[in-house]
Design a protein around this ligand. Structure first.
Ligand SMILES: N[C@@H](CCC(=O)N[C@@H](CS)C(=O)NCC(=O)O)C(=O)O
Length: 266
């Protein structure tokens, strides 16, 4: 049984860590990023730094272009954890925004968005849905995307709603804080807020809260946690079933290992 390390990259810094300290390290990295400053970034830039006696870079098969405050990137990484594949990923943080071009990301994805999965000698895989599909094809455990029947369509439908929630949440943020004030359009903010609220109601009715974990659960949990992180319209009020399920889901190791942090850089 191979022992995998998890390599995290920030800018040019590479840090190889054992699985045991991976989660704690991600949390600490988030804490550091919360008060990001140029000196901190310089301090991290020590290429090839190995932690403890482990230097397991040779076991790392893929790189995940990531962002510590992206619901979509976190979905892909949580999926990797749930599939038992996180140990094969280098997680590389990138800032992206449609108003702040990131050349390294554009070089891999013409949409300039994260997440992107880089595989040695093969084309990049992008869009969190596609990355999850790809990762699910790599393991022999219980498929996280059901293979057939209504279970499959249900999981994909839930994933689609979760993605729409993240999309609408981002749109609300544009209309409330990201766009220069004079250019904001309140009816657009309100329209996307309605989509959020209707989707929360739909999830309260439709989410299979007792079933085996699937991609829809991962997508919902990562979208909802991001909405809370950004203090967007909440889902908890009058949605007890969804709230209880969410409270339990965020205690899973995959969620604890992937905390959200950082500010958008437009
Ligand atoms: N549909 C994509 C959405 C990815 C996405 O929008 N990522 C954001 C980060 S939260 C991004 O990189 N945005 C940069 C941009 O829009 O230029 C997915 O599911 O992967």
């Amino acid at each position: 049984m191979p022992v995998y390390g998890v390599v995290m990259w920030f800018s040019s810094a590479q840090i190889t860590v054992s699985p045991k300290i991976y989660a704690a390290k991600m949390v600490r990295t988030c804490q550091k990023q919360a008060d990001y400053s140029p000196p901190l970034r310089r301090k991290r830039a020590r290429p090839g730094l190995a932690w403890g006696s482990l230097s397991l870079h040779e076991n790392i098969a893929m790189q995940l272009l990531y962002q510590t405050h992206s619901p979509y990137a976190r979905k892909a990484l949580v999926f990797a954890h749930e599939a038992g594949l996180a140990g094969q990923l280098e997680v590389i943080h990138h800032e992206t925004s449609p108003t702040n071009r990131n050349e390294a990301v554009y070089a891999q994805n013409p949409l300039g968005k994260v997440p992107v999965l880089l595989r040695p000698g093969l084309p990049p895989v992008f869009d969190s849905d596609v990355i999850c599909e790809y990762l699910d094809s790599l393991h022999t455990g219980h498929p996280l995307i059901p293979l057939q029947g209504e279970a499959r369509w249900h999981a994909l439908r839930v994933q689609a709603v979760a993605k729409g929630i993240a999309d609408s949440g981002i749109a609300v943020r544009w209309e409330t804080s990201r766009r220069p004030e004079a250019l904001r359009y309140p009816p657009l903010r309100d329209g996307h807020t309605q989509k959020l609220l209707a989707s929360y109601d739909w999830l309260e009715q439709e989410l299979d809260v007792d079933g085996a974990v699937h991609v829809g659960h991962i997508a919902v949990a990562t979208s909802l946690s991001w909405l809370e992180f950004r203090e967007l319209p909440g889902f908890r009020n009058q949605r007890p079933k969804l709230t209880v399920w969410y409270q339990a889901f965020i205690t899973r190791p995959s969620m604890l290992a992937t905390p959200l942090c950082g500010e958008t850089q437009d």
